[in-house]
Design a protein around this ligand. Structure first.
Ligand SMILES: Nc1ncnc2c1ncn2[C@@H]1O[C@H](COP(=O)(O)OP(=O)(O)OP(=O)(O)O)[C@@H](O)[C@H]1O
Ligand SMILES: [Mg+2]
Length: 145
């Protein structure tokens, strides 16, 4: 991982994933995980940590994961300086069961931050697990934001 940003002309993509126990420790664990993958010198490090923390907090507070004891999975994909974070939880009966990427009607502070700072974001049901759902965001390099 250390050499990822120094790859020069070779465009490298790295994906790392972590499963978290769905309790109050999960947001801090997710912050540390993302920080470790993205690296201290990444220009969007703070945004990546902040938005991941908001999404994992939402999964703990609002999804069925905690009640059902289903792990929250965080997947970070880094390609050059662009990065995508996916957070997978056990879904909810009332939110995000249809594919729609930018509905902010019901948003609080967390999703508004995601919408403001991310180049793109969205949510979709996980096809392989009817009660699962993915919420994701992408951060661009600063110059192409
Ligand atoms: N992973 C999720 N599972 C189920 N519902 C969610 C999830 N993420 C968001 N929501 C729903 O979307 C709403 C808006 O989320 P948002 O993070 O913007 O605000 P909040 O969590 O209610 O409050 P805040 O983030 O400001 O503390 C939530 O109140 C919840 O109803
Ligand atoms: Mg929230």
């Amino acid at each position: 991982m250390a050499g990822l940003h120094k790859a020069g002309t070779a465009r490298m993509t790295a994906t790392r994933r972590r499963e978290l126990v769905p309790d109050d420790r999960a947001p801090a664990q997710a912050r540390r995980f993302v920080a470790g993958v993205v690296g201290a010198r990444h220009p969007r490090l703070d945004d990546a940590i902040l938005l991941t923390s908001e999404l994992v907090t939402n999964s703990v507070e609002h999804s069925r994961s905690r009640r059902m004891g289903v792990a929250i999975t965080v997947i970070v994909t880094l390609s050059g300086q662009a990065l995508r974070v996916c957070v997978i939880d056990a879904g909810s009966a009332t939110w995000g069961n249809h594919e729609e990427s930018d509905t902010l009607m019901e948003a609080g502070r967390g999703l508004r931050l995601v919408a403001r700072l991310a180049r793109n974001w969205g949510r979709y049901p996980l096809q392989s697990a009817p009660e699962g759902r993915v919420v994701w965001f992408e951060l661009a390099q600063p110059e192409s934001r």
